[in-house]
Design a protein around this ligand. Structure first.
Ligand code: COA
Length: 507
């Protein structure tokens, strides 16, 4: 161990517990449950999982893998390829793992990201055998200082039978001081969460654990995986402008002012582009209260638009990562990183009155949103935090391009093929065609607005035809039930949702 490495472990006894990733992995047995740090490719452990995959190749075994959200460093890919995972919770975004899930080779529990903590704390999810968490340092009293995400790390570390800490020398030590670890306690015995503003500090600077539970410390030296977002294109820029127009209208009507309200923006290229669109706007002194901070938030900080950002992870492109972590001193006082239970807590989201922007795969004529299942059956990534935010935000906004796959899929359909966010939770839907403000509207008031403002011209007539037929059947929420999924069926059979002209006209 070098002196620089030694400086990262203040506790004398723990200095004697430094082990290789292989030795740490050898403690993990078949059927165990692991709680891994990591949230949307940030702050994940980068050595023990690889050693575990190598072990599994020799003598196959399966483990349950709980995380904050998706992992980077190809861990989910390798886990899926090795067939090592029995059950994965609560979010993933990896193409190989996606295939395993959809082939039925592993179980995936798609869970609201604020819920995992309650379920683990109450014992519903069973014991965590090993928490394996990335840190920048371990303090004298055993306090673990996380890196670029908190996610569920504090929950896992404080509920596990054993802890393995990976100290990552590639993560800047300047991260120490930005975390705020708050433990709300058991349900039924807790008071209100004392968080009234995005920049309130309510907890500890690190994860307090009994050092005796830290069975081993492993050193790594590897940066986080860069995010996979695509930079804003013409369509996402247009979408951003529609959303900005909506927010301007809210200001005109006196419901918001130029500082808006704390912003939450979900993962993905579209949500990133929308925030990016605020750089050249008149909005100012903005605050962010979100899970993941993507590139756009740091661009907004650099542009002097965002004063403060609270999150549970920072996931950046390669270039942005170098800029932000290479100059972290200038960002530290503008950031707080919390456990995902706090960044996504319904009580806090409702109190702060967030403007919440998430992405839909598809939505329907009444405003139900599908964020997870392609054509109703195939898992994409998972619901993530979108449900935590949508149900509780001041403004629950969903964005999506009006068509996908070269125009063969309409993102607005008669009936969503899977419902993540019901019409009761969705306030505004936005596509590059325009936006529909659904607040206070009955189902039959919503339909014309959605079709006229959001649907791609190629699908407008087809959707009107469906709705006219549905209207003949009547009801609070009219449908032609036997045709409600006909667009998805047509896609499966013909590779497109576009129906022959005669079919549309005779409906
Ligand atoms: N049917 C089938 N595929 C569709 C589709 C639809 N209706 N709409 C989009 N897609 C495909 C796109 O073609 C694209 O495919 P590709 O990867 O093969 O190019 C993919 O879905 C991603 O779509 P894109 O338009 O690039 O959006 P994105 O990167 O912003 O991701 C979600 C969109 C919905 C997948 C993503 O936001 C997500 O997983 N959301 C759920 C979790 C969440 O909202 N968390 C928020 C809190 S962090």
């Amino acid at each position: 161990m070098t002196n620089i490495q030694l400086d990262r472990i203040e506790n004398e006894a723990l200095r004697n517990r430094v082990v290789t990733p292989e030795e740490a992995a050898s403690w993990i047995g078949d059927g165990m449950t692991l709680g891994l740090s990591g949230f949307t490719r940030a702050g994940d452990v980068k050595a023990v999982p690889f050693a575990l995959v190598d072990r599994a190749k020799e003598n196959g075994f399966k483990v349950n893998v709980f995380t904050g959200a998706s992992l980077g460093s190809d861990v989910d890919t390798l886990f899926a390829e090795a067939g090592i995972v029995n059950k994965r919770i609560p979010f993933q975004a990896d193409p190989t793992m996606r295939k395993s899930i959809n082939n039925g080779d592993m179980f995936f529990v798609d869970q609201h990201l604020s819920h995992t903590a309650e379920l683990v704390r109450s014992g519903v999810m069973g014991p965590i055998d090993f928490a394996i968490v990335e840190a920048v340092a371990v303090k004298e009293d055993g306090t673990i200082i996380p890196t670029t995400s908190v996610g569920n790390s504090s929950l896992f570390a404080t509920h596990a039978k054993n802890i393995i800490v990976e100290i990552n020398m590639a993560q800047t030590p300047l991260l120490e001081g930005i975390h705020d670890i708050y433990e709300p306690g058991k349900q039924g015995e807790r008071g209100p969460i004392p968080l009234e503003k995005a920049d309130d500090r309510i907890g500890e600077l690190g994860i307090k654990v009994d050092p005796e539970l830290i069975r081993g410390v492993v050193f790594t030296d590897q940066a986080d995986s860069p995010s996979t977002i695509v930079q804003p294109d013409e369509e996402t820029k247009i979408m951003a402008n529609h959303l900005l127009d909506f927010l301007r209208k809210e200001i005109e009507l006196g419901r918001l002012d130029e500082t808006l309200a704390p912003l939450q923006s979900g993962i993905g290229s579209v949500a990133n582009a929308v925030l990016h669109g605020m750089i050249d706007s008149e909005f100012k002194n903005l605050e962010v209260y979100s899970e993941v901070l993507q590139d756009a938030v740091f661009d907004l900080i650099d542009a002097g638009k965002v004063d403060f950002a609270s999150c549970c992870s920072i996931t950046l492109s390669d270039e942005k990562m170098k800029q932000v972590f290479g100059n972290f001193e200038q960002y530290r006082d503008k950031l707080i990183m919390r456990p995902q239970e706090m960044s996504n807590h319904p009580e806090v989201i409702r109190r702060l009155g967030l403007i919440s922007i998430n992405t839909a795969l598809e939505f329907d004529i009444y405003g139900n949103v599908n964020s997870t299942h392609v054509s109703g059956t195939k898992m994409m990534n998972g619901i993530g935090g979108s449900g935590d935010f949508a149900r509780n935000a001041r403004l629950a906004i969903f964005v999506t391009k009006s068509v996908a796959k070269g125009g063969n899929i309409s993102s607005i359909v008669p009936f969503v093929s899977h419902t993540d966010h019901t019409e009761h939770d969705v306030d505004i839907v936005v596509t590059e065609q325009g936006y529909a403000d659904l607040r206070g509207l009955a189902p039959r008031e919503r339909v014309p607005l959605i079709i006229e403002n959001c649907v791609h011209p190629d699908y407008k007539q087809q959707l009107w035809a469906y709705y006219q037929e549905a209207l003949e059947r009547g009801g609070q929420t009219p449908h032609v039930l036997e045709k409600a999924f006909s667009w998805h069926q047509h896609l499966a059979e013909h590779g497109t949702m576009k129906m022959e002209k005669e079919v549309v006209e005779t409906k």
